[in-house]
Design a protein around this ligand. Structure first.
Ligand SMILES: [Zn+2]
Length: 57
């Protein structure tokens, strides 16, 4: 069992190679940890990156 955790946040991942892979094309960063991610759900306190490219919703 994995303690019922369905999706680990990047903030909790210690493998830097995993983080760099998951944070490719990052659109948000964590204001607490500074971790960047593509999906806001991957960090504990997501902040939209000002340089993020958006192509419509
Ligand atoms: Zn965080």
């Amino acid at each position: 069992m994995r303690h019922g955790i369905a999706h680990d946040k990047l903030c909790t991942i210690e493998d830097t190679r995993t983080i760099s892979s998951l944070s490719a094309n990052a659109t948000v960063s964590c204001s607490k940890c500074g971790v960047k991610a593509h999906d806001p759900a991957d960090v504990c306190d997501p902040v939209q990156l000002p340089e993020a490219h958006t192509f419509g919703d």
